[in-house]
Design a protein around this ligand. Structure first.
Ligand code: BES
Ligand code: ZN
Length: 623
């Protein structure tokens, strides 16, 4: 093992600079072929995107222009871009005059290629366009759904949705810088995953100042994949946490949010201590309306977050640690294709746990690890073999079909295994070297394989089994948590006839309650659930994790006490992590499919197109 240190250390010393990359770092690598993009970056590559867009709430569209700065190989006269549901209004070359273009027929799941004929000297092209009705990245919310008096818009780019609001080379193997001028109606605020350039300005037109609209300007100077370009617009207020961290949210929520995330600066500096300098300038959080389809999304400089993580006691802040960790795994070092998605998420779950351990102690993290391990094993039992592989084969599939606990939790187990193998000190040096040596680059599973093969003792681990194999390898770590064992002891007492009120639950944390609910015997009847509810108030829980686990449990046992809460939850919350299991539990009940359809009908206007599509698929499964 000594040898490892001597290999790692000198490289580490060379690579510990911070800030923007040298201009060569992302150019030195060949572009990896990506089956989920129709674009042609190997011939002509987009390097910078300049956006001029107006948000039209009445039409639920964006309209404007993207100017794409190009790097061209000799003899390439065609630029191919990804689009989805975009209406192209015109294309101009570097001289401002029209260029020939065509929108190719739609390709299943991938949208339509926009093919532009370039002239010599076209080092940029301008595409005028507006977004279409089926734009998958955009979610417009009515004032009611935004929880106030004004409408709201947010974008969600990952995995291949950015093409529905920006014509671009929508592959994570291509990195761009961007700047943007966004016009929005007063008094709304616009935020992007970029540095804000001087707040908002009045819009000056030929006939004077427009009283109704403002222009907001942004600049991202570090090269990022297109899926990380993000925009939000609504009634939003800011609460500073530290010099580089703020929390943004709707006025009615912003104080509670600032309270919940008061540890934000500490989280960033803790992460830096483990992973290396934070290279993105600011780290802000934007708490979105409950319709937001994910727990969090790691948009650079500005994590997007579901309000369901605001539990009032900071018990769900691991979601923030997770999105913050993506500032290294994902945003700094990016999966080059969606088959390498586990490189983003597996590394991030591991790093999230390291941050949480440093801040809140090992005991808390162990509980999460055990729960994640149980979840993974449960999930894998229902999966097809290909879905249990880290390096997934997505040919003929949408990248989101590879989305499951496998890239997250099997991915993290791989890193825990490496840590166990090397010891934490050496493993940490290796991790730093991986991030520093691939900063602002996009990487594949085979890049990781070569990197590790050069640095690990021969025969120490079967990398091919981990990356390409089905299920869990023999040497996958297994975690134990005394705090969760305590929960199982109380469950045993319950099974032996103890009344819920007699159980020793004082001081239990969220993970213990989750284990309690999930470990209830499958045949627990509705009467028992009613007693538990009386004793512990699960149906009224303000903790979304506990509530969602409880609702799922209640559906399975036909416990009517949850019905009203279940419906209001499904109508208010768009986070797919909750919607999926709840709708799945519903359709498994006698008559449940009809009930689920009826609720979905009412809830659908509030769901993101992606969540809505997936729920619909569940409602139609084998029926
Ligand atoms: N990057 C993901 C969200 C994502 C993945 C969006 C794939 C689109 C396609 C984000 O970092 C994430 O993993 N969010 C989790 C939370 C996390 C704590 C596991 C979520 O949304 O539940
Ligand atoms: Zn993630």
């Amino acid at each position: 093992m000594k040898a490892l240190i001597s290999v790692v250390t000198p490289l580490l010393l060379l690579a510990c600079g911070s800030g923007a990359p040298s201009s060569t770092s992302s150019e030195s690598r060949a572009i990896v072929k990506d089956e989920h993009s129709l674009s042609n970056p190997a011939e002509v590559r987009v390097e910078h995107i300049k956006l001029d867009l107006e948000i039209l709430f009445a039409e639920q569209r964006l309209k404007g222009r993207a100017i794409l700065k190009l790097s061209r190989g000799a003899g390439s006269h065609t630029l191919v871009l990804d689009t989805q549901a975009l209406e192209i209004l015109g294309v101009e070359g570097a001289d401002g005059r029209p260029r020939e273009w065509s929108l190719e027929p739609a390709v299943d799941r991938l949208g339509r290629a926009l093919r532009i004929t370039l002239r010599d000297g076209d080092d940029e092209v301008g595409v005028r366009y507006r977004t279409g009705e089926g734009a998958e990245a955009l979610q417009f919310l009515s004032p009611a759904m935004a929880g106030g008096e004004h409408p709201y818009l947010f974008t969600q780019g990952e995995s291949i949705l950015t093409r529905s609001w920006i014509p671009c080379q929508d592959t994570p193997g291509v990195r761009v810088t961007y700047d943007a001028n966004i016009i929005a109606p007063r008094p709304l605020t616009v935020l992007m995953s970029a540095d804000r350039r001087g707040g908002s300005r009045e819009l000056v037109q030929d006939d004077g100042i427009d009283e109704e609209r403002l222009v907001w300007s942004f600049e991202m100077t570090r090269p990022i994949p297109c899926y990380l370009i993000a925009l939000a617009c609504g009634e939003i207020e800011e609460r500073p946490i530290s010099e580089r961290c703020s929390v943004y949210a709707a006025p009615s929520l912003v104080d509670a949010a600032a309270e919940e995330f008061a540890d934000l600066e500490e989280m960033v500096s803790t992460a830096e201590g483990i992973l290396g300098p934070y290279r993105w300038g600011r780290y802000d959080l934007l708490v979105l309306p409950p319709a937001f389809p994910y727990g969090g999304m790691e948009n650079p400089t500005l994590t997007f977050l579901t309000p369901t993580v605001i539990a009032g006691d900071r018990s769900l802040v691991s979601v923030v640690a997770h999105e913050l960790a993506h500032s290294w795994s994902g945003n700094l070092v990016t999966n080059a294709t969606w088959s390498d998605f586990w490189l983003n998420e597996g590394f991030t779950v591991y790093c999230e746990r390291r941050i949480m351990e440093a801040l809140y102690g090992l005991e808390r993290v162990r509980m999460d690890e055990v729960l994640a391990g149980e979840g993974l094993e449960r999930e894998m039992q229902e999966m097809q073999a290909w879905q249990t592989v880290l390096h997934t084969n997505l040919t003929g599939k949408h990248p989101d079909e590879g989305f499951s606990g496998v890239p997250y939790n099997k991915g993290a187990l791989f890193l825990h295994r490496l840590e166990a193998l090397l010891g934490r000190r050496e493993f940490d040096l290796l991790l730093r070297e991986w991030f520093d040596g691939h900063a602002f680059q996009s990487v594949t599973t085979s890049d990781l394989e070569s990197f590790l093969a050069e640095r690990l003792p021969p025969g120490a681990i079967d990398l091919t089994d981990w990356f390409e194999g089905v299920g869990l390898p023999q040497d996958a770590p297994h975690f134990e948590s005394p705090a969760l064992e305590q929960v199982d002891e109380e469950l045993e007492r319950l099974a032996e006839g103890a009344a819920p009120k007699e159980l020793e639950t004082a001081g239990w944390v969220t993970a213990q309650w989750l284990a309690f609910i999930r470990h209830l015997p499958a045949d627990t009847d509705a009467e028992t659930l009613a007693l538990l509810d009386q004793a512990f108030g699960f149906t009224q829980s303000g903790n979304a994790e506990i509530l969602a686990a409880w609702l799922e449990r209640g559906i399975a046992s036909g416990y009517a006490g949850i019905d009203a809460r279940l419906e209001s939850f499904l109508i208010e919350v768009g986070r797919f992590k909750y919607l999926g299991p709840l709708y799945r539990a519903l359709v498994q009940r006698p008559g449940g499919r009809e009930r689920a359809r009826e609720i979905f009908e009412r809830a659908r206007p509030g769901y993101h197109p992606v969540s809505a599509g997936r729920v619909e698929a569940i409602l139609n499964e084998n029926g």
